[in-house]
Design a protein around this ligand. Structure first.
Ligand code: FES
Length: 182
């Protein structure tokens, strides 16, 4: 089953989705990382309930699964915002002012690095080299690479994202209003 199918299924039947992922990877210790990767791809993060279920199905102790999730930076234990802002803190970006850029995003979103903003819109994180150092300082804004970011550019990105999210919310509200069965 593809991940897109998983995502639709996940909302309706999270436990069934987790079971299917575990079965697909076989129930053995070496499959823990691929299982966790697919859980995160599907749900956006690895919830405590998912860890309990994986443990029930595989017999791997929850503590062991937790230590894997916390050891690898790729895994998240908390849901992410609609927009994930990854500020590169590799050497070139660090020298080009990554700290200032992170501060600007923190100020604009209200989220500290490693956290999600209270409105659930933005997750801010510091990451290692994104592989395009000549464009430093670089930010991945929801998988879109933004080059030579300045504090002003950071604020503008957040403002645009916020406006887009507000418009989407209004449009959703209006379509519900027009069609109460939705
Ligand atoms: S150091 Fe930032 S892209 Fe390489």
């Amino acid at each position: 089953m593809k991940t897109t199918e998983n995502t639709a299924l996940a909302a309706n039947d999270p436990i069934g989705t987790i079971d299917a992922i575990v079965r697909r990877h076989n129930v053995y210790r070496g499959a823990t990382i691929p299982i966790l990767q697919e859980i995160q791809q599907t749900f956006g993060y690895v919830a405590p309930e998912a860890i309990t279920r994986i443990s029930d199905l595989t017999g791997i102790p929850e503590s062991e699964i937790y230590s894997i999730v916390t050891f690898y930076a790729q895994f998240r234990l908390q849901p992410v915002g609609k927009y994930v802002i990854s500020v590169c803190h590799g050497t070139a970006c660090h020298l080009a002012g990554a700290e200032r850029i992170t501060d600007a995003f923190e100020h604009a979103t209200g989220a500290k690095p490693g956290q999600t903003s209270k409105d659930g819109l933005f997750t801010l994180e510091k990451v290692a080299c994104l592989g395009c150092c000549s464009l430093a300082p670089v930010v991945n804004f929801n998988d879109e690479t933004v080059a030579r970011v300045t504090p002003d550019k950071a604020q503008a990105l957040v403002k645009t994202a916020r406006e887009t999210a507000a418009k989407e919310k209004t449009a959703k509200g209006e379509s519900r209003h027009e069609n109460p069965s939705v």
